[in-house]
Each structure stands twice: as C-alpha cells, then as structure tokens.
Design a protein around this ligand. Structure first.
Ligand code: DHB
Ligand code: FE
Length: 284
C-alpha cells in the first residue's frame, strides 16, 4: 500500500522564484533565506518520494473570478508552469500521477469532500516556488506531483477545521492505494503577509512562530482557530496558512500513530513582503 512518509511546509513568495531564476541567490538580501533551505535540499535528495501531493493556492492564473473551486485536484498527466505578474518561470513541467489522483478523488469525494476535478490546469508560483526551494534547479523534477489547489483568495474560503479534516481523508485515500509507493504531502503559502490596503507590509513574527509550535504539537487545537484570527494577526494573505493544516491532518499521529519527528524548522523575515516559514515533519 502507499504510505505518507513526511510532510513539508513552506512559504511560496514569487520573488523567491525570480531570485533563483535570475541567479541572485548569493546576494546579501537573499543569502540568509536560501541558507535556510540547504538542509532541506539535502534531505530531499535522501528522501525523494515517488509522488508529492502538493497543496497550494492558485493566484488567478489557472482560475479567476469567473470560476472559483474551493478544493481542486489536478488529475492530468502534466501541468505547465505559468504565472501572474512575473510571467511563466523557466522551470520543468510538472508530471502528474493521474491514477493516484483519481483514486484520491474517488476516496475523498466518497468521504463527503466535494472536490473539483481538473483535467487541464496551469500551475503558478504557489506550486513551483516550493519545488524550486526543495529541489533546486534540476532539468526535470525528480518525482511526480499531484497539484491540489485551495481557494484562499476570494471569500468565502475554507476553515482551518475543514482543511484539517480533509487532510485526514487524504491520508486515508493515499494509504488505501494498492501500490507500494512513498508519498509526501506539502502545505504551502503563508506565513504572515499583507499585500494590500492600509496594513500592507504587515509581518507578525511572534504569531508565526506560535503557529509553527502549535502546528507541530497540537494541530487539532490549531485547526479550531477562526479566519478572523489569521487575518487580524497574520494579515490578509496570512490566510494562506490554512493550507498547512491539510498537510498536517494527513500525518500519522492525527490518526492514532506516533508523533512525527521535526527534521527541520526555519523562519526568516523578510522575503519580499512575507515572513518565510518552513518545516519538515517525518512520520515514524
Ligand atoms: C508575495 C507573497 C505571496 O504569497 C504572493 O502570492 C505574492 C507576493 C510577496 O511577498 O511579495
Ligand atoms: Fe501567495
């Protein structure tokens, strides 16, 4: 049977992608940020899964105000990188896993989560920047990726509680897939940032670090936090953090298993307008 081996959490700031693509990672501004991912790249080499179930948000690239799925699973064989603003990044295309994605859709929808099934979709910085941070600049991504897009752009967005429950359903789906493959689940976006309005530029490092503590130690409690707390404390775009609860909900301890090992924890301010947070949790 398939297994969830680990979960990875990281911010996805588009300027990080631009810094990689324009060879600026050694500059004084960027160096401390990329130093925080050196361990992660080594860990990824030693722990490359067969498939990454990558939870991210689309930023009006594949979707728009015309069409707003709350939860969308990418079931295609491949996904082409695209982006708002900066244009498409020069990164490899993303190879999907239609069989596993279809199995997860079947299982999760039967478990009462009404996913949107997407057979054709472009993927933006929300998905490609985390891949670059964890894999560097390979000619091809070293594993398959199932994109899972969450609406955190246009209200109403899903609650942390719903995201956490969905993670549990995804775990059940993956672990009922009849092939001995290793799957990682990634939660991306966040941490505190606000890109608009009177509070643009807001960062709340203390709150972010408390979020990391709680995500590790008591995610079920963290999942009860209402939207207003994210927005008040972490800014309008801080709501991206609900996606981390999907990945955390899929870890073994949530379903009676052992606590995960914290392999890496990193926090850095700022990258562009965002506080960057990063965790690697391994199932035991
Ligand atoms: C920034 C952060 C984001 O999460 C995003 O989607 C766009 C921009 C920023 O910090 O610039
Ligand atoms: Fe974003």
């Amino acid at each position: 049977m398939a297994k969830i081996s680990a979960s990875v959490y990281t911010s996805h700031v588009p300027a990080i992608g631009a810094a990689i693509d324009l060879k600026k990672t050694g500059e004084a501004y960027w160096q401390p940020l990329f130093a925080g991912y050196e361990y992660s790249k080594q860990w990824m080499k030693e722990n490359t899964p067969d498939v990454i179930f990558l939870v991210y948000n689309d930023h009006a690239t594949a979707f728009s105000l015309d069409f707003i799925p709350t939860f969308a699973i990418g079931t295609a064989a491949e996904f082409i990188p695209a982006d708002e603003g900066w244009g498409p990044r020069p990164v490899p295309k993303v190879i999907g896993h239609p069989e596993l994605a279809s199995h997860i859709a079947q299982s999760v929808i039967q478990d009462d989560f009404d996913l949107t099934i997407v057979n054709k979709m472009e993927v933006d910085h929300g998905l490609t920047v985390p891949l670059s941070l964890m894999f560097g600049e390979p000619d091809a991504w070293p594993c398959k990726v199932i994109p899972f897009a969450v609406n955190v752009v246009q209200y109403p967005v899903p609650s942390g509680r719903r995201c956490f429950q969905l993670g549990q359903a995804i775990r059940k789906a993956v672990e009922s897939y009849d092939d001995d493959i290793k799957v990682q689940i990634w939660g991306t976006g966040g941490m505190s940032h606000q890109l608009q309005g009177a509070r643009a530029g807001l960062i709340n490092a203390e709150w972010d670090n408390r979020f990391l503590d709680r995500l590790i130690a008591d995610p079920a409690d963290l999942a009860q936090m209402p939207h207003i707390d994210y927005v008040r404390e972490a800014g309008s775009e801080g709501i991206e953090l609900v996606m981390w609860l999907i990945a955390r909900g899929a870890m073994a301890d949530v379903n009676g298993g052992a606590k995960p090992t914290v392999k890496h924890r990193f926090f850095h301010v700022p990258a562009s307008n965002t506080a960057v947070g990063h965790l690697i949790l391994e199932n035991n």
